[in-house]
Design a protein around this ligand. Structure first.
Ligand SMILES: Cc1cc2nc3c(=O)[nH]c(=O)nc-3n(C[C@H](O)[C@H](O)[C@H](O)COP(=O)(O)OP(=O)(O)OC[C@H]3O[C@@H](n4cnc5c(N)ncnc54)[C@H](O)[C@@H]3O)c2cc1C
Length: 468
């Protein structure tokens, strides 16, 4: 490849903070609020125009469980956020009502715009308390400032130009472990052919939901009760695939793929709206701009094809249209940092507990096949949960850095469970608390005393001393 030697230049240092949160997504939002609540000065840098990442800009619309199928286990900020979202009318609670749904439902559908507003409200509340919680939206982080094996700050690009910010502790919530990669921290990434497929989530509107439900309940009640998600049996429409619906329907050869394509269609809490989560493309490296761009192009075509077929074959979809597509590509998996401890599937199924736990959860392991055709969910035992240790958030070598969200140190299988939104938020809250403590105590994240970490997490109602 031809190379261009960029000239070195001085850039302004526009601020110094206790904690810098790189990426204000699902985990980053929680990390920033958690650190600000402890009184740390916090800067969040986010390339989109809202907090929440996949939860909001990605219009995911479906939280995986915050419970162990008997009780709430993901306490602290995720539970608080869900409760408030429910009060705002942004959550679909099905037949059993919200309180029961929270304790047993494996999936909770929500409105992504309501989540955007609520995340914004959380920031304003911190500012009203006099806490420093600054945000730079529409700003890309392009480098990590690293000296002597320690990350000291970040370089950003935005409308103002190129600038630097220094922080006592940096939390990498970019989902792709960008800061880790740029600071020389080691990471794992599977070959592209083995990665989870990518999806551009879509929200459809103009749907006569009652007619859709009537069609399934009358024509195919067996699908309702054998759905891979219990949500449907609990009164919230969740449909995997449309292979059955297409039986006996002739399709042009280029649309034949839809018969065996991964697709989940689920209700939004809003009238006439459903989310469409279908494989957009597979064998995509989400750290390569060209591959993401090509995947977006092909995903848009597939979404159009799918909607045109839904309109023709399922009663209630006749007037459906695409209300909005996500403003960021849905990438499930890229880099996993090499942390002091790598969480494995065995840890999850042994419901392992750790002295330095920063979160507890009990999520199904979601295996999306790399060919984009199907997904299988392996449920943990009822009433049991596993811990996420701080050690899985701290890179083996580089200092000044904590990782949160889907790129923590976890195996491919384990991250299939830890990456879900309530988990990512909870890990984010733990990382924010830990970063704030590291800055306050003047220690490296790896040296934070476990008793101080525990006490600070309990102050924020994080569930780390639960009993199974
Ligand atoms: C298609 C798909 C379907 C899913 N389905 C579900 C589901 O049904 N239920 C569920 O609970 N979970 C689901 N998940 C998982 C879950 O949404 C994600 O794993 C989780 O949101 C990841 O959180 P995060 O904070 O690590 O990443 P994100 O929420 O993606 O946040 C990363 C943030 O960093 C920002 N960023 C990244 N790089 C930079 C940079 N260099 N400079 C500035 N900003 C940057 C991004 O804009 C983003 O806001 C799904 C994920 C995908 C992709």
């Amino acid at each position: 490849m031809e190379k261009y030697l960029e000239k070195s230049r001085e850039i302004p240092v526009r601020g110094t903070y206790d904690v810098i949160v790189a990426g204000g997504g699902t985990a980053g939002f929680a990390a920033a609020v958690a650190a600000a609540r402890r009184g740390s000065s916090v800067l969040v840098v986010e390339r989109m125009n809202c907090l929440g990442g996949q939860m909001t800009a990605g219009i995911m619309g479906i939280f995986c469980a915050i419970n162990d199928q008997e009780k709430v286990v993901v306490k602290g900020l995720p539970e608080e956020f869900f409760d408030e979202l429910y009060e705002l009318g942004g959550v679909n609670d099905g037949l059993f009502g919200y309180e029961e749904c929270k304790k047993v439902a494996q999936f909770i559908d929500y409105d992504a715009e309501a989540a955007k507003s609520l995340a914004n409200e959380y920031v304003l509340r911190e500012r009203a308390k006099g806490h420093t919680l600054d945000i730079l939206y529409e700003t890309w982080i392009s480098d990590a400032i690293t000296t002597d094996g320690k990350v000291r700050g970040i370089v950003v690009e935005n409308k103002t130009g190129r600038s630097a910010y220094y922080g006592k502790c940096i939390v990498d919530c970019t989902a792709d472990a960008d800061i880790c990669a740029w600071s020389g921290a080691e990471y794992d990434q599977l070959p592209t052919e083995e990665l989870h497929p990518v999806t551009l989530i879509t929200k459809l509107a103009g749907i006569d939901k009652q007619r859709v439900l009537d069609y399934y309940y009358k024509e195919h009640p067996e699908w309702v009760h054998n759905s891979p998600t219990q949500g449907w049996a609990e009164g919230i429409f969740h449909k995997f695939g449309i292979g059955g619906e297409l039986e006996g329907v002739e399709l042009p050869p280029e649309l034949e793929y839809l018969r065996s394509w991964f697709m989940l269609i689920y209700e939004s809490p809003r009238d006439g709206e459903m989310y469409l989560n279908m494989t957009g493309e597979f064998h995509v490296d989400g750290t390569k701009a060209e591959e993401i761009s090509d995947a977006i192009t092909i995903s848009r075509k597939r979404i159009d094809e799918c909607v045109s077929v839904l309109k023709k074959i399922i009663p209630g979809y006749e007037n459906a249209y695409i209300l909005v597509t996500a403003s960021m590509m849905g990438i499930r998996e890229t880099r996993q940092v090499k942390g002091i401890y790598k969480l494995t599937e065995e840890d999850l199924f042994a419901f392992r507990k750790f002295d330095d736990a920063i979160a507890s959860m009990s999520a199904p392991i979601g295996h999306h096949t790399a060919d984009g055709e199907s997904a299988v969910f392996q449920n943990p035992s009822k009433g049991r949960s596993f811990d996420i240790p701080l050690r899985s958030l701290v890179p083996v070598k580089v200092d000044g850095l904590i990782v949160a969200g889907r790129c923590i140190s976890a195996s491919h299988d384990a991250m299939g469970a830890t990456r879900i939104m309530p988990g990512s938020m909870s890990i984010g809250q733990g990382a924010g608390v830990a970063a704030s403590l590291a800055a306050e105590l003047g220690v490296e994240p790896r040296d934070i005393p476990a008793d101080k970490l525990n006490a600070a997490l309990l102050e924020q109602n994080v569930n780390i001393q639960r009993e199974d």
